[in-house]
Design a protein around this ligand. Structure first.
Ligand code: SF4
Length: 307
């Protein structure tokens, strides 16, 4: 479903050879992306930087051609059945939104959740897509077996900033409604306030509004990060900024002069403010406790012996 500006999108059905990608320097060991490219086409999308490095369209062409890994669930099943698989934490959607519109038709994210749960593998998924609610049944099943977290990105509840920077996503209030439903259904759900945009969504009262709304919706945790601008993302974001908020360009050129990441002196106070507010604001939703599954996980080794 498109919320604002629909664009012509090409879907390329291309099977994959591997499903899990090893990750270093992150809190998760593996990532999984059923799609490559994202029709949400946020102006700040950090994936544009990866696309630029891979010599693929990172500017207006980004998000107009989506790779669909049609066989990913079967490939994943094979990888999870390996004797070497240690049931490490998997992040779904680190490089693309796993609940972008294509998921309505292909159901690949859903199929991967089923495989991860069957293999007793913990995972977290991050999305801006309300479609995640469709999969509450398989998320509940997985949550009875392993640690599962759904992170819903809500960087702002300012409709103007949302509409201008996220041309294909659902309104923030709609996403918060999904946070509430998931929390009530017993799913551990967090809100990711990222990216907060200097001069646009970083005013204390705007940040407070998001934290309060997230807690009112039942978010069990809230984390925040400020925008970073690597080459590929930088050019696109600054061009959009000069079109939409020309008066902000000077601030960004000064803040991001010669660097992609803002210094700790700028970032830390914002994160600390979010932490303080989150601590002071209890969740308004009593999360339902899901009974654990009464099935003993079978290790791949045991499986091999049994066969
Ligand atoms: S939803 Fe996420 S992956 Fe998709 S364009 Fe926006 S930031 Fe990028």
């Amino acid at each position: 479903m498109f919320y604002t500006r629909p664009v012509q999108v090409e879907y390329r059905e291309e099977p994959c050879r591997s499903a899990l990608n090893p990750v270093r320097g992150m809190p998760f060991g593996w990532s999984l992306n059923p799609y490559m490219g994202c029709v949400h086409r946020c102006t700040f999308c950090y994936v544009r930087a990866f696309e630029a490095r891979a010599d693929r369209p990172s500017d207006d062409g980004y998000g107009r051609s989506i790779r669909v890994k049609t066989n990913i669930a079967a490939v994943l099943r094979g990888e999870l059945a390996r004797q070497s698989w240690q049931r490490e934490h998997v992040a779904i959607g680190a490089a693309t939104d796993p609940y972008q519109p294509a998921e309505g038709r292909y159901r690949l994210t859903r199929a991967c959740i089923v495989e991860l749960a069957a293999a007793w593998t913990p995972f977290a998924l991050i999305t801006r897509g309300p479609m995640v609610w469709r999969d509450v049944d398989v998320l509940q099943d997985a949550s009875r077996r392993v640690e599962v977290t759904v992170q819903v990105s809500v960087p702002t509840v300012d409709d103007d900033v949302w509409r201008t920077t996220e041309p294909g996503t659902a309104p923030p209030r709609r996403r918060l409604e999904i946070v509430r439903r998931l929390a009530e259904a017993g799913i551990a759900v967090s809100v990711a306030m990222a990216p907060i945009l200097p001069g646009l969504s970083d005013r204390p009262e705007r940040i407070e509004e998001v934290v309060r709304a997230a807690r009112a919706a039942g978010a069990k945790a809230i984390w925040a990060n400020l925008l970073y601008l690597k080459p590929g993302t930088r050019e696109h974001f600054l061009a959009a900024l000069s079109r939409d908020w020309p008066e902000q360009v000077e601030l960004y050129e000064r803040l991001y002069a010669g660097r992609a990441y803002l210094p700790a002196a700028v970032v830390d106070p914002v994160r600390e403010r979010v932490r303080e507010l989150a601590r002071a604001t209890p969740s308004a939703v009593r999360t339902r406790r899901l009974a654990p599954a009464h099935v003993v996980p079978t290790t791949p080794t045991q499986l091999a012996l049994a066969i």
